[in-house]
Design a binder for this molecule. Structure first.
Ligand code: AMP
Length: 396
């Protein structure tokens, strides 16, 4: 039976892809098309333990997908087993609360949500349309980052601004990283079945970062909002700040609104404070070498994450589990330790040795046995979730 799924994640200037087999458990091919839209665009293919990089003469999403099609033409044994394509779509608005088979109506609805994610949704649609023309025989599925959070109550998702903004323009909290949270909730359920009826907080800490409160497997609250700028301090994003700061930036520096928003999205967070890097690993190394600003940036990141975790706990009946995931959550011993240090008030106690010595890439319990809350590190796998949704919808 054909069971290979092509997973596509189109960003504004990049396109990540993978081919997953055996119910998503085996990665056959991985790749990245980078710097799309520039003359330096390139695409790399990692297959059979070798990596090959090509220059993209047509540095567009269509050009990247044409190269992927050409790769399949050279590897007919892989192409023959493809059964569908799963697309990560960033914003599903209030229209999509689960993954769907793509047709013209779905494409129109994703385009309508583009006002809420102007950088991401148009790129997602470009990827979908290019796949429709290049792979006309393959079923396509859209998997939305926002869908998992459609269970939020309006008490959580409304902003305290005039209701007309929600009524007329659906301005509300949507939340992101939903595919990761859904995966983590299920993966935790596999190691501790009771967790599916309990209170769980997941911290997805990567270059983009958010936290989510999950009860009975459903999202009750999350830190990102209308856009992925809200909530935690991130690699280059400020997260939540006093909105009046925008006015001061605009007035005192004479900047346009777009310039101010670009500063909050691209020049803030870990990068803005450290003035060194947005990369956690680089900052940890600099901190160890005595860089005070790298230390400050990391301390702020940890403190603000802890604060958001504590605030999300108010939406749960009780908290039994805290899970760290994402590049930072899975790999930084320092960040996990520092965040948990501030969360003793919730009964969270880390086992220092377990935190320091966990096996990378595996699910680990890093809490003290006498703590009230189980603290876990679980590697996320959004591609697997996208592949499984695609398989399920093809079979349905
Ligand atoms: P992501 O966006 O999920 O790919 O995560 C990227 C972030 O993870 C970057 O800030 C990396 O520096 C961070 N990261 C990856 N490995 C490590 C590590 N060993 N220690 C600390 N941070 C790490």
């Amino acid at each position: 039976m054909k069971d290979f799924i092509l997973v596509i994640n189109s960003g504004s200037s990049s396109l990540k892809f993978a081919v997953l087999a055996e119910q998503g458990q085996t990665v056959i091919l991985e790749g990245l098309a980078d710097r799309l839209g520039s003359k330096d665009a390139s695409i790399s293919f990692k297959f059979d333990q070798t990596k090959e990089t090509q220059t993209l003469t047509l540095g567009s999403h269509q050009g990247a997908l044409s190269s992927i099609k050409a790769w399949f033409d050279q590897h007919p044994e892989i192409a023959a087993n493809l059964s569908g394509i799963g697309h990560r779509v960033v914003h599903g608005g209030e229209t999509f609360n689960q993954s769907v088979l793509i047709d013209e109506l779905v494409i129109n609805a994703i385009e309508e949500c583009a006002s809420l994610a102007p950088l991401h949704n148009p790129a997602n649609v470009k990827g979908i349309k290019a796949c429709q023309s290049l792979f006309p025989d393959l079923v396509q599925v859209a998997v939305f980052d926002t869908a998992f959070h459609q269970t939020l109550d309006q008490v959580q998702y409304l902003y305290p601004i005039p209701m007309a903004f929600y009524r007329d323009q659906t301005i509300r909290k949507y939340g992101f990283h939903g595919t990761s949270y859904r995966y983590i909730s299920q993966a935790l359920g596999q190691v501790d079945a009771k967790s599916l009826q309990q209170g769980v907080i997941v911290a997805h800490l990567g270059n983009g970062a958010s936290v989510c409160a999950i009860q009975n497997g459903l999202s009750l609250d999350t830190s990102m909002g209308l856009t992925p700028l809200d909530g935690l301090m991130m690699g280059t994003r400020s997260g939540s700040i006093d909105p009046m700061i925008l006015g001061f930036m605009a007035k005192s520096e004479g900047k346009s609104l777009d310039e101010c928003l670009s500063i909050l999205n691209k020049e803030s967070g870990l990068l803005g404070i450290s003035e060194l890097s947005n990369d956690c690993r680089t900052l940890e190394e600099a901190m160890k070498a005595g860089d005070e600003r790298a230390k400050l940036a990391l301390e702020m990141f940890c403190q603000r994450t802890a604060k958001h975790i504590a605030s999300l706990a108010t939406s749960l009946d009780s908290i039994e589990h805290l899970v760290f995931t994402g590049g930072i959550g899975e790999n930084s011993v320092y960040v996990r330790q520092k965040i948990c240090q501030s969360l003793g008030i919730l009964g969270i106690q880390l086992d220092q040795a377990a935190n320091a010595n966990l096996v990378r890439g595996q699910t680990s319990d890093i809490s003290k046995t006498d703590g009230n809350v189980s603290v876990w590190v679980i590697p996320t796998n959004e591609e697997l979730m996208i592949a499984l949704d695609t398989i399920n919808l093809i079979q349905a």
